[in-house]
Ligand binder design. Structure first.
Ligand code: FAD
Length: 217
């Protein structure tokens, strides 16, 4: 078994060109006014957002690959205005050599740190919770490997894998939907492990196109 941290990467690895995204949105937006570019695209896009004219943001997309646990991925894919491709527990055989012969789990410590109640427990109590979690993951891995050894296919053996199992989800959303996603998923009542992930993602999105994400805290 191996424990990994949640993360994300830009699909295609290269950091997206924020100026090109703004130029595309501004060009689409100017159709409404049949206006020529004057001033910065960023200022134009900021005014669109301030007026609530957010449908124009749908002309640009960003794609990422998210590494998270299955539980967080269930929440992510509830967002309907998006495209997803997810690691398949039907077709990936974690017992095989190609995938290292072990199950990868997303570290629960980060989720605990983001949980308002659990994070305030005494350290020894948190450690005891983590030990129970580790044992449950080890048990699930042992049963999975044994089921495969007995002839089960991955799509049958996956039944014993838990919410902590690591998954990869390539995700494409338009900029309006990413704004909506972060407003819901970077909020205090979002799941702690979802917030752990959006704590990493939102600053990176702000770096690429500040004007589109700066108003989301
Ligand atoms: C804190 C929190 C707790 C949650 N708890 C639960 C839970 O207990 N159980 C549960 O099942 N889900 C739960 N959810 C998921 C939630 O109900 C939504 O499915 C999810 O957040 C997707 O959001 P959305 O529907 O606004 O947006 P998206 O699917 O991202 O769509 C974006 C927007 O498009 C519009 N839209 C999309 N589809 C339609 C449509 N068919 N008709 C009209 N307008 C549409 C809406 O304006 C919507 O806000 C929770 C979400 C959060 C953030």
């Amino acid at each position: 078994m191996k424990i990994v941290c949640p993360s994300f990467s830009w699909l295609g690895d290269k950091t997206p060109d924020g100026l090109a995204i703004l130029a595309r949105i501004a060009r689409a937006g100017r159709t409404a006014y049949l206006s020529e570019p004057k001033g910065e695209d960023a200022d134009f896009v900021r005014r669109l957002i301030q007026r609530g004219h957010e449908s124009v943001l749908e002309h640009a997309i960003l794609s990422v690959t998210i590494i998270c646990d299955r539980g967080v991925s269930h929440e992510e894919v509830r967002h309907r205005i998006a495209s997803y491709t997810q690691e398949s527990t039907r077709f990936c055989n974690y017992a095989g050599d190609r995938l290292g012969g072990e199950i990868a789990y997303i570290d629960l410590s980060g989720g605990i740190e983001h949980d308002a109640i659990v994070s305030k427990l005494p350290r020894e109590q948190i450690d005891a919770i983590l030990i129970e979690w580790m044992q449950a993951c080890e048990d699930a891995e042992r049963h999975y490997m044994r089921m495969i050894a007995l002839g089960a296919t991955p799509q049958i053996a996956r039944s014993v894998l838990n919410h902590s199992t690591k998954t990869a989800v390539s995700t494409t959303m338009n900029m309006r939907e990413w704004r909506h996603f972060f407003k819901l998923r970077h909020a205090p009542d979002a799941h702690p492990q979802m917030r752990e992930l959006t704590d990493i993602m939102l600053p990176a999105f702000k770096d690429v196109v500040p004007v589109i994400f700066d108003d989301i805290e």
